[in-house]
Design a protein around this ligand. Structure first.
Ligand code: SAM
Length: 283
């Protein structure tokens, strides 16, 4: 496995995904009863984006979190609460870690938002990343970290005794067809065990026609309510690299779409290289 999330941490796709994650957690926390958060592909939890003097060119985060931190509010308007919440979490991660350039990953964001009645399970396959994650979470009593294959381990945690749960599946998509096969099998199995869970799957927008067909087939087969949100900054079919970021949410919580529609225009306006570049959607 060659994937190192540190190269991509804080890029525009990470920002989009983490804003959706915050919206999901806040939606689940409208009820007092606790829930289980499972991050099947957790990564290290926190990344130090300090500029590397040996690396030529800018880090991907410069056009993501870096842009967001620098960009003024478009039109001078108020910052939507979801984006403000994300920026607060970044500032908090920097303050608590003592790292000026720290960028929180999904485990940090989720665990920072947990209430005493909520729990988290974080799975990471790559041992080096797992060791960093476990160290980061060493004082978090409600958190269990596993050095394991998140696809295989998910069903062991379902259904949670709380009967409420949020699962984030955020694979590196290094294996092409094999990733897609495993995602479909994992979601089918998880839904059989825990039909009412909320599942969020991140996916890249690279070759539009191909990924669009796959997602339609997948959601058709899973046959549960679904919401898709996308943010793209480049022509969706260009082969230059990552054109956009998508999150498929199964069993979306009430008003998730409304909250995302409030935040995404401002997020797009702050991240797009030009006002006419790319777009956003919630459907
Ligand atoms: N969710 C993280 C975040 O938002 O900060 C980023 C995760 S990164 C895109 C994908 C992670 O999955 C990498 O750290 C990689 O080592 C790990 N990984 C790859 N295959 C895995 C598997 N089968 N099970 C668990 N983790 C895996």
């Amino acid at each position: 496995m060659k994937y190192r999330h540190g190269f991509h941490a804080g890029n525009f796709a990470d920002v989009h995904k983490h804003v959706v994650l915050i919206a999901l957690i806040e939606a689940l926390q409208r009820k007092e009863k606790g829930f289980l958060y499972v991050d099947t592909h957790a990564g290290e939890g926190l990344y130090d984006l300090r500029p590397d003097p040996d690396t030529r060119g800018e880090h991907e985060s410069a056009r993501g979190i870096g842009h967001l931190l620098r960009a003024p509010s478009p039109g001078g308007g108020a910052t939507p609460t979801l984006i403000a919440r994300y920026l607060d979490l970044v500032a908090d991660a920097r303050r608590r870690s003592g790292l000026r350039h720290a960028c929180p990953g999904s485990p940090w964001i989720a665990v920072s938002l947990l209430r005493p009645q909520d729990r988290a399970v974080l799975c990471e396959w790559r041992t080096e990343a797992f060791v960093a994650l476990r160290r980061l979470m060493r004082d978090a009593a409600q958190v269990h970290c596993e050095n394991a294959d998140g696809y295989a381990r998910l069903s062991a945690w379902l259904p949670p005794p709380e009967r409420r749960g949020l699962v984030l599946i955020d694979p590196p998509y290094e294996e092409g067809r094999e990733d897609r096969r495993r995602i479909a099998a994992t979601l089918q199995h998880a839904l059989r065990r825990f039909a009412t869970g909320v599942y969020a799957l991140w996916y890249p927008i690279k070759r539009e026609a191909d990924s669009g067909r796959w997602l339609e087939t997948l959601t058709g087969r899973l046959a549960v309510p679904a919401l898709r949100t996308e943010l793209w900054l480049h022509p969706r079919d260009s082969r230059v690299g990552l054109n956009g970021s998508g999150v498929l949410v199964l069993n979306p919580p009430w008003q998730l779409g409304t909250r995302l529609r409030e935040a995404l225009p401002a997020l797009h306006a702050r991240l797009a290289p030009a006002p006419s570049a790319g777009g956003w959607s919630v459907a």
